[in-house]
Design a protein around this ligand. Structure first.
Ligand SMILES: Nc1nc2c(c(=O)[nH]1)N[C@H]1C(S)=C(S)[C@@H](COP(=O)(O)O)O[C@H]1N2
Ligand SMILES: [Mo]
Length: 368
């Protein structure tokens, strides 16, 4: 086993802080990602909280501030489970780096996306117990880890709108795939915001604050923003660019792997598609000829907001090199953009251009 009980073939972008993703084929063909395969994204040293002394504060624009132990959470609020996909805003950054270099940011491939069943309590239930005051438009989260990236260093945090925070799929989670939440994934308690960028699912949670404005934490106000080309976060300063919340419609090919050799003829192709927020994926098209002709993949129906939908199809590949392309449509009729060229941004977020893998089909083409 690798660091943090991850599989040995994780692509480790950084050991300290730990940043690692599974190979894309590790995600293929299963709704839930095994714990040893689930990607991990960290901005500072991983804390080691003592669950017996850990407490959660609920404060800010509330009628009754709360101060809760883990036992209080379990006793006072009904436990529930949500199956959700977490996706880092930097997922598929490699596609943007091919357009133009993005210095200082990890070259995440297709694996900064994973799915688990999370168990815990609804954030909405805590907010109801605390009683939101008028004007509480945003709910901010603070973790225990201190990130050295902002100057001066800051605890990791972020916020979501109160509208999203009150939705039933938003959890404060203590379990993952039926196991206690692993330390690297935020034990003893993390936020899970299905359908929003992974950055808002704050780990090692200690504080929930109702506010009139979005969090002024570095990771909300300065990072995780789509900046116009030619600017940097440092130059742009807080509140520049487009703040990322709900994620963009995306899809990827998980099998075959990029660069794989496959037998010519009938080849199974499978992957996932994910529509952000409360939207759903309605169609996935797959092409073996660069988009001249498309086959509609068989797509799993939507089950829960922010949960990926798996798809599969069979392509007939002649011997030789082929590029397989996949693209998804959502319930608003929107289609993923074709090229990463138009999506390039200085921090390399939100690449949702058409998915592509290059394969070599070997052997004789079976003819009828
Ligand atoms: N406290 C804290 N929460 C955090 C982070 C962090 O560095 N510290 N990283 C965020 C980002 S950018 C992502 S994509 C997800 C990754 O969650 P995972 O490591 O459980 O996969 O956690 C989010 N929550
Ligand atoms: Mo992320």
């Amino acid at each position: 086993m690798n660091m943090w009980d991850k599989r040995d073939d994780m692509v480790v972008h950084e050991r300290e802080p730990f940043n690692a993703e599974p190979p894309r084929t590790g995600l293929a063909g299963q709704l839930r990602t095994p714990l040893d395969t689930f990607y991990s994204r960290n901005h500072g040293p991983i804390p080691d909280p003592d669950p017996d002394t850990w407490r959660l504060a609920v404060d800010g624009l509330v009628e009754r501030p709360l101060d809760l132990s883990l036992a209080d959470l379990r006793e006072r609020f009904p436990a529930t489970e949500v199956t959700a996909t977490l996706q880092c805003a930097g997922n598929r950054r490699t596609g943007l780096i091919e357009v133009r270099d993005i210095p200082g940011e990890a070259a995440w491939g297709s694996g900064a996306t994973s799915t688990a069943t999370f168990g815990g309590v609804r954030l909405a239930d805590l907010l109801a117990a605390a009683g939101l005051k008028d004007g509480a438009a945003h709910i901010a989260f603070t973790g225990m880890d201190v990130s050295p990236l902002p100057d001066p260093p800051e605890r990791y945090g972020g916020s979501i709108t109160t509208g999203k925070a009150l939705r039933p799929e938003v959890l404060l989670a203590w379990s993952m795939n039926g196991r206690p939440l692993p330390r690297v994934h935020g034990a003893p308690l993390r936020v899970v915001v299905p359908g929003w960028i992974g950055a808002r699912s704050v780990k090692w949670l200690t504080r929930v604050t109702a506010r009139a404005a979005p969090s002024d934490n570095y990771f909300q106000a300065t990072a995780y923003r789509i900046l116009p080309p030619g600017t940097t976060s440092e130059q742009a300063g807080p509140d520049a660019g487009i703040s990322l919340g709900p994620i963009a419609l995306n899809c990827d090919i998980l099998r075959p792997d990029d660069g794989a050799r496959v037998p010519a003829g009938q080849t199974s192709v499978s992957g996932y598609a994910l529509a952000g927020d409360e939207r759903t994926v309605t169609r996935v098209d797959v092409s073996a000829d660069g988009g001249e002709s498309w086959t509609q993949a068989v797509l799993d129906p939507p089950r829960e907001p922010g949960l990926w939908q798996l798809w599969r199809t069979v392509l007939d590949l002649p011997p030789g090199e082929a590029t397989i392309t996949a693209r998804a449509w959502d319930s608003t009729g929107a289609l993923m953009p074709e090229s990463p060229r138009h999506l390039w941004n200085p921090k390399g977020y939100a690449n949702n251009s058409w998915a592509r893998v290059r394969v070599t089909a070997e052997g004789h083409h079976a003819t009828r």
